[in-house]
Design a protein around this ligand. Structure first.
Ligand SMILES: Nc1ncnc2c1ncn2[C@@H]1O[C@H](COP(=O)(O)OP(=O)(O)OP(=O)(O)O)[C@@H](O)[C@H]1O
Length: 328
């Protein structure tokens, strides 16, 4: 499968006071055409920063990409593009939707104004063609009474409808890649399922690839083909979704799965002990060592290499480097 996006060795640093800390380290992710690719991890694992760096929207300063490459459609290096070049790509070729549509939609403008703004910037359609495009996309994302809804302001719509509007704006120019950062977290469970179904339909209709960012393995199971598990700024495991759920390798992934299963059963709720380390207190060696039930001496001092543990399934953990561990 051809890739629409390839992130290679991405490093993001943050400046705090007079020091520089690493927040995203050596991330490698390849998203295939029309694939839904998931990034999963707890809060603070670097998921959003990875997505923002694709859009060229990292808050710089204090954040900056210190190393790596992000190639769009084979040979277009996003990290080398100027602000002006990225502005042309954002909303047209790569779109993004966020957790809380209320913060992304402008409360002072109608839904139609906000859709028109994107069309005016990215297309040369006439006014009547633009109006029709607005009606069509609103209808396509499953909003009833499109003509009336276009005259509404964001606060007049429910949370689920606002998220549909965000998706409509994102899909308006038929992007090749949609970045979805926790798109259903703020919604109740039934609406969550509807929005995920809508995204799966749109991927097929628009032939779009989707990067799904979530802390919820349920969302990954429901929508994605491949997945990267991120912890403290690193991808600790990467594979196709079936392999991850049936044969998880990294102790962190196993912990996430255990908390998901016990959460569904409503019995003793399991959570991984401890919390993601702050950037100032990042452990040397394996970043998960302080929380890992299988921790060994080497984990505290040396970063484990990324290893292919099964076909097309990688893991960054000393447990899978037995020979190295034995031989010191
Ligand atoms: N503007 C910023 N200034 C300083 N540090 C930041 C900034 N944004 C993020 N960070 C730090 O970078 C790390 C990764 O943040 P990021 O938002 O990517 O995590 P995340 O996995 O998306 O979590 P969440 O789901 O809570 O957004 C966190 O430790 C966070 O404190």
């Amino acid at each position: 499968m051809d890739n629409v996006l390839e992130i290679k060795n991405l490093h993001i640093d943050v400046k705090k006071d007079d020091s520089t800390y690493n927040v995203v380290k050596d991330v490698n992710v390849s998203i295939g055409k029309q694939q839904i690719y998931g990034i999963v991890g707890e809060s603070g694992s670097g998921k959003s920063l990875t997505a923002l760096s694709i859009m060229g929207l990292l808050a710089n300063p204090p954040l900056h990409v210190s190393k790596g490459s992000i190639q769009f459609e084979g040979d277009r290096e996003l990290l080398d593009m100027s602000f002006k070049e990225m502005k042309k790509i954002r909303g047209k070729e790569i779109s993004m939707i966020f957790q809380e549509p209320m913060t992304a939609l402008d409360p002072l403008f109608t839904i139609q104004d906000q859709l028109m703004e994107a069309l005016k910037f990215h297309t040369k359609l006439s006014k009547s063609e633009m109006k029709q495009a607005c009606i069509d996309i609103i209808e396509r994302v499953g909003i009833p009474r499109p003509k009336e809804v276009l005259k509404d302001y964001p606060h007049q719509l429910s949370g689920g409808m606002r998220q549909r509007v965000m998706i409509a704006i994102a899909m308006l120019c038929n992007p090749k890649l949609l970045l979805a950062d926790e798109p259903t977290t703020a919604l109740d469970v039934t609406i969550q399922a509807q929005i995920l179904d809508l995204m799966k339909e749109l991927r097929e209709d628009f032939e779009t690839s989707i990067l799904m960012i979530t802390h919820d393995l349920g969302v990954i199971a429901e929508t994605c083909q491949r997945v990267a598990v991120m912890y403290a700024g690193e991808v600790v495991e990467e594979s196709d979704v079936v392999s991850l759920f049936h044969s998880p390798k990294h102790p962190y992934t196993k912990g996430l799965l255990k908390s998901m299963v016990s959460g569904n059963r409503h019995d003793d709720l399991y959570s991984i002990p401890g919390k993601v380390p702050s950037v100032e207190q990042m452990p040397s060696g394996c970043r998960f060592a302080t929380r890992c039930p299988h921790v060994m001496d080497i984990c505290h001092t040396q970063t484990p290499p990324v290893q292919e543990v099964e076909a097309d399934h990688t893991c960054q953990c000393w447990l899978y480097q037995e020979e190295l561990v034995k031989n010191g």
